[in-house]
Design a protein. Sequence first.
Length: 387
Amino acid sequence: MTAPSISMAPGPVMCIVGARPNFMKMAPILRALAAHAPGLPTMLVHTGQHYDRDMSDRLFTDLGLPRPDINLDVGSGTHAVQTADVMRRFEPALDTHRPSCVIVVGDVNSTLACTLVAVKKNVPVVHVEAGLRSYDRKMPEEINRVLTDQVADRLYITERSAGDNLRREGVAPERICFVGNVMIDSLLANREHAQRPADTLRAHGVDPAVLAGAGRFGVVTLHRPSNVDDAPVLGRLLDVLAEVAERLPLVFVQHPRTRGNIERFGLSQRIDPRRVVLLPPQGYLEMLGLMAEATLVLTDSGGLQEETTALGVPCLTLRANTERPITVDEGTNTMVGDDRVAILQCVDEILAGRGKRGRTPEFWDGRAAERIAADLGAWLADSRRHP
Ligand code: UD1
């Protein structure tokens, strides 16, 4: 085994993205570093975990992300294969470019894979959106979060409860820094450029009258393996969605995993095309427009729970737990799991005008990335002085 080949080299800040939810988190960080920390040049690495035009390229365009300096092109695979491929392909990039630190965001397989490679080469790792915990180790993201946070050097958190989680796990308080939510930076920066839902529907050959007739609509996304990889579970959820659709029309934006499974399990007929508009994965501005105008959102996504809170739109989360408790305590989120009665009751409350309105959590103010830029330069200089 060769010794770690890099040690505190004053190279670029290497920013890692891999999957769709990473892109909206990294875009404001890159912008803030360019504007507020010109002494810290950046480099963008895309692992290629998500690679479809709909899952990747369109979001790069919408968010004004630069073309990646390096694309590792790993693609899909089992967790082991995907994580291992990112690690094998990332190592030579790290050796070549000798970054001063690696910034990872969120909780996807690429986050953990790049973290593991970097820490073993003594390259400082900065984790943005650290400390979130669902306390459900069946979620692959939970494993990615716990392991990344144990070995990362600087931990930027979106809500104060994340700091409590980290301290409970023995993380030294001086590694933790509360900066707010970079994903909400992206939302606020793009809010006024959001695409109108009617235009989004037209672009897919759908007559917007489907929604306009009702005057309101709901937005649905589902992609968690626990909800969509098991035929009876997915079938039950589609049946509940059909009952919701009797009350208000739905726009169901389908992840490739979900669309594939609905077809594979023979569940397509459970979706009534007169009440449910099916769309492929949307660009950032299309999704923002749909959420902002929705009467309610039904989802199992982590990001949508936060975005709906920032938009003040009621969100029903089709999961038993959330790693983002502030969206429930202060925001518009309600956890409903797969409980048919709870889901329909909440929908009826919202339609009666009694949905949660919530308030904007602390530091979800569009300036989280600026706080990171301000902290990072000082922290890097300090780590060089006291390695
Ligand atoms: C990943 C993240 C999840 C995140 C989600 C957002 C992990 C463990 N999971 O899940 O946290 O919420 O991204 O989408 O990292 N596929 C395509 N085109 C693509 C990418 C994927 O068709 O561009 C299909 C493939 O069939 C693939 C499947 O989607 O096998 C799942 O992709 P994968 O990257 O393994 O995980 P996600 O479910 O997208």
